[in-house]
Design a protein around this ligand. Structure first.
Ligand code: HEM
Length: 469
């Protein structure tokens, strides 16, 4: 009897194993997973891009990692392009991740995590409103310049600049840009209390986020997303104070409210979800990239000196750099590209969900880290070298490298704030280097090893600022 039970169990076990590897065979090849746990034992939960890199190294172009559910990694630029651009419509889904529900005000609401018709409608409406407010154009250039000017004024007022934490001034600058666009007002450095209480940085920078992803029921705990939602609600309430839809809107929230009168797809929960999405997506990424920029400048004083020579020659010191100046500043543009390539803040992109070529519903990830850190077009990719982008005549940028520098991802679902972020990055970096020499504190060395938790961030470390003119 015991023998029969044992043989039956062994048979069921062998059958289950065969079924499991049949299921595995439906996906593109990758490191062999173990039943039930997949490749879990070999993942690196903190430095995810390092774990994926190690697991995928023997598989060119495309590879599946089981976590334990399958994630198909697109690792080669041409493969990503073929999927996200040539077959764009097959890759516009997003897998459901309950952790992100805490930022949403409606099921399938907003832009980042929504899918289907609502995603299309919300993205179209949001981008159209942002274009009306000059996204990527001169109106926003003026706004960014003035937020940068506030930041410089704040730094200028410091009595001692030998040990400065740039994290906070950069955060206020970046928050002020997006805050003014979304809600029509900005924070003063001296009165930034609500920002201090706002927990995005802590949520994105904390292991709690990853605990939440693994244990999604935590999202239902009332206090988890409350701070984020409260912050957005308070800001929208302030934007709507005394606003009537007969008035000309002066910010995103008011414009969205006005469009709700004529577009049925726009409603109150999606207004909140959109404001939450654009605020969250726009702050942490841009701020972290600028923090990396400051660290790279402090570490590579030769790069910084060359950058300053170009800025002082083209812009001088009496006004702030503008977007038009870029035409005459190839090295500045090269520095921004190299900061984004090397900093690689969203190394794992935001996961997509596929339609056909791979089984429907599979999670797909464009491995931005692999392209920007290992594509053979980047010679000596582990070196921080803006020079790589400059053509031999020193005047223009190398198109084939720009094409492969994809921190915003590509295709129909690529970053919706790319043009704004680019304005912020170039104007803030150029203005900082124009005004200050950014140096390590006396006796300290800049440590470029990232803290990797979803977003690759630099370690908190202070710098010494010296006036540059
Ligand atoms: C340096 C700064 C930034 C980086 C590196 C970045 C990167 C990204 C990436 C990689 C994605 C995922 C794209 C995909 O699914 O393939 C994304 C999505 C998105 N980003 Fe950004 N982003 C930045 C700044 C911004 C800013 C300033 C805003 C808002 C004004 C913004 C708004 C969004 C939105 C709304 C989405 C979701 C798009 C969708 O699902 O349709 N981002 N971003």
């Amino acid at each position: 009897m015991l023998l029969t039970i044992f043989l039956a169990l062994v048979t069921v076990f062998i059958y289950a194993i065969i079924q499991y590897y049949r299921y595995v065979a439906r996906y593109p090849k990758g490191p062999t997973p173990l039943p039930f746990i997949g490749n879990h034992g070999e993942l690196d939960f903190v430095r995810q891009h390092v774990g994926f890199e190690r697991l995928s190294k023997d598989f060119d172009g495309i590879c599946t990692v089981f976590t334990p559910s399958p994630i198909v990694h697109l690792r080669d630029f041409q493969v990503i392009k073929e999927a996200f651009i040539d077959n764009g419509d097959d890759y516009i889904g997003r897998p459901k991740n309950r952790m992100f529900d805490m930022f949403e005000f409606a099921p399938n609401g907003g832009v980042i995590n929504s899918v289907g018709d609502n995603w299309r409608e919300q993205r179209r409406a949001a981008l159209s409103i942002l274009r009306d407010f000059g996204m990527g154009k001169n109106v926003q250039e003026t706004l960014v310049q003035s937020a940068v000017a506030d930041m410089l004024e704040h730094l200028d007022e410091m009595k001692d600049r030998s040990n400065v934490d740039l994290h906070w001034p950069i955060q206020v600058m970046v928050v002020n840009v997006i805050n003014e666009i979304m809600f029509g007002f900005r924070h003063k450095y001296s009165e930034s209390g609500p920002l201090l209480k706002f927990l995005i940085a802590r949520i994105f920078g904390s292991k709690l986020m990853f605990v939440g992803m693994s244990l999604p029921f935590l999202v239902d705990l009332p206090f988890i997303g409350w701070h984020v939602q409260r912050f957005i609600i308070d800001n929208i309430d302030r934007a709507m104070l005394n606003y009537s839809t007969d008035d000309e809107p002066s910010c995103f929230a008011q414009a969205y409210k006005q469009r709700m009168l004529t577009n049925k797809a726009l409603d109150e929960p999606n207004l909140y979800a959109n404001c939450s999405d654009f605020f969250l997506a726009g702050v942490e990424t841009t701020m972290t990239t600028l923090r990396w920029a400051m660290m790279f400048m402090a570490k590579h004083e030769d790069v910084q000196a060359r950058l300053r020579r170009e800025i002082h020659a083209v812009v001088g010191t009496n006004r702030l750099p503008s977007l038009n100046d870029q035409n005459n500043m190839p090295y500045t543009r090269a520095c921004v590209l190299e900061v984004q390539r090397f900093g690689n803040v969203l190394s794992n992109n935001v996961y997509r969900e596929t339609g056909h070529t791979i089984p429907a519903g599979t999670v797909v990830n464009a491995d931005l880290h692999h392209v920007m850190a290992h594509d053979p077009f980047f010679i000596d990719p582990e070196k921080f070298s803006p020079e790589r982008y400059i053509t031999d005549d020193g005047k223009s940028l190398r198109k084939e490298l720009i094409e492969r520098t994809i921190p915003f991802s590509i295709g129909k679902r690529a970053c919706a704030g790319e043009s704004l972020a680019k304005v912020e990055l170039v104007l803030c970096l150029a203005a900082m280097v124009q005004h200050y020499r950014i140096l390590p504190c006396v006796g300290a060395e800049i440590d470029l090893e990232p803290i990797a938790l979803g977003i690759l961030k630099p370690k908190d470390q202070n710098v010494r600022l010296e006036k540059a003119f």
